[in-house]
Design a binder for this molecule. Structure first.
Ligand SMILES: [Zn+2]
Length: 96
């Protein structure tokens, strides 16, 4: 499963046999535009998370959306991270 809810209109979700759609990421043009890529794998997402001082998993973000979302939800609970950063996580994911 690539998408938790299917709510994001990424190219990979919009693809169908009847629609000829370019599924490459519109931001980087190097990967398929999946929800996981747009939120965690794309350079634009990486830049945004880095600017917000959001820590990365020690081995980098996974290609599994659920693993990455679980990591981010765990961060929200970590008191070692500033409250401002923790509170920014849902908003960052919403706005990417
Ligand atoms: Zn990309």
């Amino acid at each position: 499963m690539d998408d938790v809810s299917g709510a994001l209109a990424v190219a990979d979700r919009l693809r169908s046999p009847d629609i000829n759609l370019d599924v490459s990421c519109k931001l980087c043009q190097h990967h398929s535009e999946t929800t996981c890529h747009v939120l965690f794998g794309c350079r634009a997402a990486e830049d945004m998370l880095r600017c917000a001082n959001i820590p990365n998993p020690s081995s980098g973000f996974s290609t599994m959306l659920e693993e990455n979302l679980s990591f981010m939800l765990d961060l929200i609970e970590k008191r070692a991270i500033s409250e401002d950063t923790r509170l920014a996580i849902p908003w960052l994911l919403w706005n990417i």
